[in-house]
Design a protein around this ligand. Structure first.
Ligand code: HEM
Ligand SMILES: *[C@@H]1O[C@H](CO)[C@@H](O)[C@H](O)[C@H]1NC(C)=O
Ligand SMILES: *[C@@H]1O[C@H](CO)[C@@H](O)[C@H](O)[C@H]1NC(C)=O
Ligand SMILES: *[C@@H]1O[C@H](CO)[C@@H](O)[C@H](O)[C@H]1NC(C)=O
Ligand SMILES: CC(=O)N[C@H]1CO[C@H](CO)[C@@H](O)[C@@H]1O
Length: 323
């Protein structure tokens, strides 16, 4: 080995010990004292509450945003980066919403203490607040994440709505989740909407057989057809939780619905039927502690970390110019 390369190696070793860790240790209350006397979490909470009072569908938007952020390369706000080939341009992101809420929360914290609060943490904090507002209980989030610098549509490896339970379970297992974690996280479909195009086959021509999906309650098929006509020019939306009195509430009614064959997405309905998941679905449909279970699963989702170098972005939509 030449002296030059020895030096380079030594330097690399030193740098590797002093360089900031790529994945920081997450803990509850990370921002306490980091922004003077200001409570960063309550600044975010105020923004979320004011949006929620005008638009309760922000809850669903944020839940899905956190899932899509954390599932792809860890919770590093990579989904927020703009760009012609960034993650948000990938097919499954088509209808991800809530970017403007994150921008508003970021602006509020930047105005008080610039470059202190990561966008990745804002997603997780805002989602927690939104779930609590939607009566889903309040879980304690851990913070201290860094924002990633890379966001590529080609890295988006989210499961699709027509996967089998075992295919989806494999995708979740690769991220360290058990089948139970997956069933509980999919309880996120207790709020929000889906486009007709993503389940239209279940209403008219399931598996190419010219008939509706036999696992869907025929009354629901009939009720949904006018909203999702076969020859539609507009892609309408329907609630994922078909119990109209709880469509905006983070509760266990999603499981009651799928037990009653009233799931909308194929994967949702399959959860209630597949031997891998049906007993837990039946338990959750009758459970009184869904909130506690969902909170724990959301914390686990939030613990997925990127192994790549990070920073605290100034704008959630772009990496810092010099960092
Ligand atoms: C196998 C896993 C999953 C699949 C295949 C899946 C698929 C989908 C699809 C296809 C939509 C409808 C998109 C549209 O039509 O605009 C959707 C919406 C949604 N998903 Fe999932 N999802 C999964 C897991 C999750 C998880 C783990 C969460 C959160 C904990 C979640 C939360 C949501 C929410 C809240 C919506 C409604 C969004 C809105 O109203 O804007 N999903 N999901
Ligand atoms: C519908 O939602 C209400 C309100 O959350 C709940 O009490 C009821 O059990 C749900 N019913 C079904 C069939 O999902
Ligand atoms: C929930 O519990 C009730 C009473 O114990 C039972 O009759 C019902 O079948 C259960 N529902 C499900 C979905 O397991
Ligand atoms: C929820 O209740 C079930 C059954 O009563 C119990 O086994 C489980 O540990 C509880 N989970 C949480 C997070 O409270
Ligand atoms: C908001 C956003 O960037 N949506 C994109 C999602 O992906 C589709 C298909 O790749 C794009 O056409 C959208 O612009």
């Amino acid at each position: 080995m030449s002296t030059g390369s020895r030096l380079a190696l030594a330097l690399a070793l030193v740098l590797s010990t002093i360089a900031p860790p790529c994945s920081a240790a997450l803990r509850a209350g990370f921002y306490k004292g980091k922004c003077g006397l200001v409570d960063v979490e309550s600044v975010v909470a105020t923004i979320v509450a004011s949006r929620f009072s005008k638009d309760p569908s922000i809850v669903a938007a944020l839940l899905r945003l956190q899932f899509h952020d954390c599932f792809v390369n860890g919770c590093d706000a990579s989904i927020l980066l703009d760009g012609s080939s960034s993650e948000k341009t990938a097919g499954p992101n088509l209808s991800v919403r809530g970017y403007d809420l994150i921008d508003a929360a970021k602006a509020a914290v930047e105005a008080i203490c610039p470059r202190v609060v990561s966008c990745a943490d804002i997603i997780v904090m805002a989602t927690r607040d939104a779930v609590a507002l939607a009566k889903g209980g309040r879980y304690s989030v851990q913070t201290g994440r860094l924002d990633g610098k890379i966001s590529l549509a080609q890295n988006v490896n989210l499961p699709g709505p027509s996967m089998t339970v075992s295919q989806a379970a494999s995708a979740f297992a690769r991220k360290g989740f058990t089948i139970s974690d997956m069933v509980i996280l999919l309880g996120g479909h207790t709020v929000g909407i889906t486009h007709c195009s993503l389940f239209q086959d279940r209403l008219y021509n399931f598996n190419g057989l010219g008939k509706p999906d036999p696992t869907m309650d025929p009354k629901l098929v009939a009720a949904l057809r006018p909203r999702c006509p076969q020859t539609a020019t507009i892609d309408n939306t329907v609630n994922l939780d078909q119990n109209s009195s709880s469509a905006l509430v983070v509760d266990n009614s999603f499981y009651k619905q799928i037990v009653a064959r009233r799931g909308i997405l194929q994967i949702d309905q399959e959860l209630a039927l597949d031997r891998l998941s049906k007993s837990l679905v039946a338990t959750l449909a009758n459970a009184t502690n869904f909130s506690a279970r969902f909170g724990l699963a959301m914390v686990k989702l939030g613990a997925l970390q990127s192994r790549l170098p990070g920073e605290i972005r100034s704008s959630c939509r772009a990496i810092n110019k010099r960092s």
